[in-house]
Design a protein around this ligand. Sequence first.
Ligand SMILES: *[C@@H]1O[C@H](CO)[C@@H](O)[C@H](O)[C@H]1NC(C)=O
Ligand SMILES: *[C@@H]1O[C@H](CO)[C@@H](O)[C@H](O)[C@H]1NC(C)=O
Length: 354
Amino acid sequence: MEYSPARPPSPVRSKVFAACVMLSLWVYMLYCCAGYCSTAPGFAAGRVADYLDPPVKTSSRDLLNNENEEWDDARAEDATPPGSVNGTGTESKKLPRAIIIGVKKGGTRALLEFLRVHPDIRAVGAEPHFFDRNYDKGLEWYRDLMPKTLEGQITMEKTPSYFVTKEVPARIYTMSKATKLIVVVRDPVTRAISDYTQTRSKKPDIPSFESLTFKNRTLDLIDTTWSALQIGMYARHLERWLQFFPMEQILFVSGEGLISDPAGEMARVQDFLGLRRVVTQKHFHFNPAKGFPCLKRPEGNSKPHCLGKTKGRTHPNIEARVVQSLRNFYRPYNKKFYRMTGHDFGWDSQPDGE
Ligand SMILES: *[C@@H]1O[C@H](CO)[C@@H](O)[C@H](O)[C@H]1NC(C)=O
Ligand SMILES: *[C@@H]1O[C@H](CO)[C@@H](O)[C@H](O)[C@H]1NC(C)=O
């Protein structure tokens, strides 16, 4: 009957109770100051991914660039990468210093997973869509999505729709004009087919690729308002970014290169971010049966993650004539893009009809 609700609380008892609460809070604060909070299970401050997931899941999935489902699963286990929390130094959430801004179906998920092997990179797993869809929530909302970092670590996120969204360059510039930008690009024709294939796998009754491609097939008139085609006009999008950022602040990563030479491509990325070259050849092994590289996880106990799990999705058979029309359509945009970036990505020397 000690704690019978009928009995009015004695002043002494509530004072003791208050003291206990204060003491618990004190212990918890000390515990946090010592830096254990973020690693202890059960404390709310812990896993960023846990409270990041709900807002992202409510957004429509069609803009998500899920290159590979297996890697999407992998990100959940990654809330606290190895080697970053030591109890020394103070961790805090910071706005991203580098952002992967595009492009959808270019290989952005692969690049982010490769980068997360680096101990000096901390990245949000899901796509925040802050600068396009959630901008009105404010920078503090955005910062709160970020993982905690120590001094010297780089906070990153990726949202592939940023590259093609008109308002985004000015908004990122407003946050920080020193933000480093990374764009993974890929042959726009293959990208468009891959984009269409992903959409069709969710909505099987969409019109054929051919009928969406042409405004008037007889006139060979391409429908440039179709987003699957618009995204690949890289030169046009890049012009908008160059009104705010100098070329040196934008790195273009070859999506094809991430598959054929991941270590080489990662060397460029790490140099661009001013990082030691930690992610190297030894992190990758090539799976000849699949034709794709696999990432060896340093933890060792988990299975290697391979690119290309969903790339095996059968692409619809696109008529060679349609592919040729698209190659002709993109050629001037590609040429211009090569000139602007000073790099020939080789898309126009590929055989047709892949
Ligand atoms: C973290 O701790 C490990 C082992 O205790 C040590 O080898 C490493 O140098 C520490 N790293 C930092 C950044 O303090
Ligand atoms: C396509 O263009 C041709 C030639 O101008 C015209 O005869 C035809 O009606 C057009 N087709 C469509 C679907 O607009």
